[in-house]
Write a protein that binds this ligand. Structure first.
Ligand SMILES: CC(C)(COP(=O)(O)OP(=O)(O)OC[C@H]1O[C@@H](n2cnc3c(N)ncnc32)[C@H](O)[C@@H]1OP(=O)(O)O)[C@@H](O)C(=O)NCCC(=O)NCCS
Length: 207
């Protein structure tokens, strides 16, 4: 597993106040409105009615990552944590493609904002996926460029994500668009039972 980042100079400081007074969602919407999209493509924030499309795209990503049975997150989780709350844990971006004057979801990317000691605010990207028929015509570059604009408008000076080391097409794509591949950064994690085991080490016995 490798980590990547596009390092931009922090032009974000003057954006910080805007973002705090306006709120994250509105800042993102305004940033997206300022984009010039390629023909027949657009990117927007997902909402509750998009949940069936999101489920389809999430399953598409799991299939692509050779883990078709690994999807544990349900539409209710996405709705609760992302759409039906004033404090969303993530923002889901939907790529839409126009065919015969109808727009439909063809890709997705989930993002959230974090804080790191060297760069300050950063935009973290997960579950980036474009359905196969819609790849290869600049869609991925459009999404990444749009997210870079969103990141800067949120006062972030870094956009970062991870990729599986066997996913050579995605790695080639990231290299092609100029991302910085960070060597020597490993991912550590606790998951499932091991997370519970770690947690119980210091819990009072009556909790
Ligand atoms: C990775 C992905 C998002 C890229 O999107 P895309 O629409 O295929 O890529 P684009 O058409 O925007 O390509 C942008 C540039 O990268 C180049 N590129 C894309 N894939 C490439 C590849 N496999 N090898 C070399 N160059 C590649 C394109 O030629 C293009 O170059 P140009 O700007 O000079 O024309 C998309 O292929 C995808 O969803 N893949 C499956 C899921 C996945 O891997 N997600 C990422 C998980 S980390």
């Amino acid at each position: 597993m490798r980590a990547f980042g596009t390092d931009h100079c922090a032009s974000g400081s003057e954006k910080l106040c805007d973002f705090q007074s306006r709120g994250t969602r509105e800042t993102i919407v305004l940033a997206l409105q300022g984009l010039v999209a390629p023909p027949s493509m657009r990117l927007r924030l997902a909402e509750t009615p998009d949940l069936p499309a999101i489920s389809r795209l999430v399953q598409g990503l799991a299939d692509f990552e050779k883990e078709p049975d690994a999807v544990n997150v349900t539409s209710e989780h996405y709705d609760l944590d992302g759409f039906r709350t004033h404090r969303p844990l993530f923002y889901c971006f939907l790529l839409e493609t126009e065919r015969n004057e109808k727009w439909f979801a063809s890709g997705m990317a989930f993002c959230y904002v974090g804080q790191y000691y060297d760069t300050g605010r950063f935009l973290y990207l997960v579950d980036f996926f474009i359905e196969e028929p819609y790849r290869g015509n600049g869609a991925g570059k459009f999404v990444m460029g749009s997210l870079a604009t969103v990141a800067l408008n949120l006062g972030c000076s870094k956009m970062v994500w991870q990729a599986l080391n066997w996913n050579t097409p995605a790695l080639a794509f990231y290299n092609k668009i100029g991302a910085n591949v960070v060597e020597g950064l490993l991912t550590a994690r606790f998951k499932g039972d091991s997370l519970h085991a770690l947690s119980t080490m210091w819990q009072k016995s009556d909790c």
